[in-house]
Design a protein around this ligand. Sequence first.
Ligand code: DCP
Ligand code: MG
Length: 315
Amino acid sequence: MWHLYEDVLGDQWRSLIYRKTVNKLRSLPYKVTSVEQIREMYGVGKSLVKMVKEILGTGQLQKLDNLKAQVGEIQVLGSVWGIGAIQARELYKKGFRTVKDLENYSSLTSMQRMGVKYYDDINLRIPRDEVVDTEKFVRGVVETLAPGAWVNAAGSYRRGKPTCGDVDILITHPDGSSHQDLLARLVQELRRIEFIVDGLRVDANARKGGTQPDMFMGIFHFQCKAYRRIDIKVYPRHVYAFALLAFTGNDVLNRKIRFLARVKFGYKLSDQGLFIRESKKKDSKASTESIPCETEREIFEKLGLDYPEPHDRNW
Ligand code: DCP
Ligand code: MG
């Protein structure tokens, strides 16, 4: 109950009470076999005596079972695309218990609405072969719009996983400029041919020449298979290696090399570059110009690390 309150329910107060109680019981030099052994202990209240009695008598604790059920429902709400752990708890408090309950809730974001609508499909893993076909298909469409563009499926697919949670597509153009209006045209075309069925586009290309990606997050339907999640990100060529590294992951590797970049060299590493910080402190200011790196290998070299092939990045 200590862990459920702390990790899932975010109830620090109850978690603390249970933690103290557990530690107190654990520190006893004997195994508790009767409530008499704890009744007189300092800080042991009626409710604990009752719980210990129930555990000793039945081997179970109803309160824990109820809490587990509640936690299970919160975790399901939190597994909807776009709903985080904190919001899942809030929705639970508001009375939502299942994904179906959310169907007519008007306060969801458009991403969350997609998450609810396609919940069953997008929680299925995607077989690797299907990602191969999807990458090939998208590459073909991109080629008609911006010949010579680079298209890579990143994420778990690039790390060689047999199944993937979504399709992560990264795009750039080696001429350094043809990427600029590509995403809008690509999404329009993919919608027209009914490959993309839902989604939202976030454009950053108002800041032309900047390094922020244009992004699309949505749902596609291809070869009559299930509805799937797709992210498409378009970056300028000069930051593409950083983007490829960041979106190949995995997330643990990203956190580790970003941490190492900071504490070892005072660098800030992101999907948009490798920047020199004013100091090695966490929030210290970073330069606006990135240290140039053409390839992922160069980034690892700058960090003094051996280059891991993508399939060796499953940390
Ligand atoms: N990423 C990250 N930190 C996050 C989320 C993502 O660094 N909080 C990076 C690393 C991931 C990559 O983006 O590998 C793609 O994100 P996904 O959520 O698509 O994760 P994966 O593709 O690795 O796994 P999945 O098969 O579940 O899609
Ligand atoms: Mg992925």
